[in-house]
Design a protein around this ligand. Structure first.
Ligand code: NAG
Ligand code: NAG
Ligand code: NAG
Ligand code: NAG
Ligand code: NAG
Ligand code: NAG
Length: 380
């Protein structure tokens, strides 16, 4: 197994500390270039190992899953197949309804308890009202154990928003530490916290306690860095990608637990010009990789791709959820979360995850067997 680092992430900084400085250097941070890196690396590695004929299967989760599936489509001579876990390749343009992501998050909380959903939905107005002046912000800073007095109520809003959205993504059936340390089924645990309070408790106290499950499950946080512009998950490069190719329009419908919001290509373009000096190419992904009518296209063109998704993960809504052909397979679990199948096997794994992983291995074994059969045939 080879774990390849995507350019501009982790230690792969082509211009050292200057890599993120300007569009001059960041221009080399594209999915197309990353895919080409993988092709060059795989060929070079196989050459060095004298394993030119060894079949290669590419794996990826999330954005990595999108890359894995696109790699199979663009470089079929380099990879015999792809396992794309939680890959939202349809979260672009007008393919997937823009509100589906936050509708899915809301559905996760609603499925635990209606009270939980209603408390979270009611949080935002109360927050805006109480954070409308300096005195209110001071009180909120204390309530939310902020490291420094918060200047804007929307910072607390974002802090809560992140907690509730990310927890939905990582609603794993076993304790995990993908983004933060969390117990099994953390959405259920958050709702238990909310439902455990007497009804007349301050709504923001409930929301804070719920969000603290996400940020402070280990209990060793002394204060919350609500307005610190740190980057705990190393997503700096993604901000650039989200302003160039990876335009995933998202809105919040009024049935959601979040405050309703809209999306505008024009506004995004202005924001990106302001922060990075570039305007996005919002329709480039569907031009370069496709996406519209994917079932019709891939049925006649592609092969050997597994798209796996867990429906607790809001990204699943932009994924491929139906079988397209006998070798372009969708594996969907109702209770799965963000690339759960790629997490290490652990003792508490429910049967349906074990079965999903078994099926993935079986399908990939079939591709490899087929490959060897094909190689054994004589061509002229
Ligand atoms: C890059 O930045 C890091 C962290 O600030 C620093 O330790 C390192 O010396 C810098 N490297 C160069 C080549 O300037
Ligand atoms: C293969 O070997 C060459 C020559 O030693 C080296 O430059 C290259 O980095 C190697 N490729 C990989 C993928 O390790
Ligand atoms: C984190 O949890 C511990 C243990 O419950 C608590 O003492 C501490 O105040 C919490 N920190 C924050 C920032 O909420
Ligand atoms: C918090 O607790 C976790 C788990 O016990 C531990 O890995 C981590 O190092 C602790 N962090 C700090 C700042 O003490
Ligand atoms: C919610 O939005 C829908 C469609 O945009 C609209 O018809 C409906 O009146 C809205 N409901 C509320 C309560 O605002
Ligand atoms: C796709 O086909 C496989 C069998 O090859 C099946 O196990 C799976 O449930 C199907 N997926 C969907 C979403 O129907």
């Amino acid at each position: 197994m080879v774990d390849v680092q995507h350019r501009f992430y982790g230690e792969s900084k082509p211009f050292g500390n200057d890599s993120y400085k300007s569009a001059q250097t960041l221009g080399y941070l594209t999915s197309t270039q990353a895919l080409a890196d993988f092709a060059v690396l795989i060929r070079s590695l196989k050459h060095n190992l004298s394993a030119e004929d060894a079949p290669v299967v590419v794996f990826g989760g999330s954005y990595g899953g999108m890359l894995a599936s696109w790699f199979r489509l663009k470089y079929p001579h380099v990879a015999i197949g792809a396992l794309a876990s939680s890959a939202p390749i349809l979260q672009f343009d007008y393919i997937t309804p823009w509100s589906s992501f936050y509708d899915a998050v809301s559905q996760d909380y609603k499925s635990e308890s209606l009270n939980c959903f209603s408390v979270l939905k009611a949080t935002w107005d109360v927050l805006d009202e109480r954070g409308a002046n300096d005195k209110g912000l001071l009180e909120l800073s204390k309530l939310f154990k902020a490291c420094k007095t918060v200047k804007y109520a929307y910072s607390i809003r974002n802090w809560l928003w992140t907690a509730f959205t990310y927890t939905a993504m990582v609603d794993y059936p076993t304790p995990a530490n993908f983004l933060e340390n969390l117990p099994a089924y953390p959405v259920k645990e958050m709702c238990k916290i909310i439902d455990g309070y007497p009804t007349n408790t301050d709504i923001l106290e409930k929301a804070f306690a719920a969000a603290s499950l996400y940020y402070n499950y280990t209990g060793n946080l002394t204060c919350n860095p609500i307005e610190d512009e740190d980057d705990p998950h190393g997503l700096g490069g993604w901000q650039w990608q989200a302003c160039t190719e990876m335009i995933m329009p998202m809105t919040v419908s009024n049935e959601s637990m979040f405050p309703p919001s809209s999306f505008s290509y024009h506004d995004r373009s202005e924001e990106c010009l302001e922060s990075w000096g570039v305007r996005p190419r919002p329709h480039w992904v569907t031009t370069e990789y496709g996406g519209y009518k994917i079932d019709k296209v891939l049925k006649r063109f592609g092969s050997n791709i597994i798209f796996s998704n867990g429906m607790r993960d809001p990204w699943s809504r932009g994924g491929v959820l139906k079988n397209i052909s006998s070798s372009i397979i969708a594996l969907v679990t109702e209770k799965g979360a963000h690339h759960l199948d790629f997490r290490s096997a652990t003792k508490g794994d429910p049967d349906w995850v074990i079965e999903q992983r078994r099926q993935e291995v079986e399908i990939m074994q079939g591709w490899i067997d087929q490959y060897h059969q094909d190689m054994a045939e004589i061509y002229y």
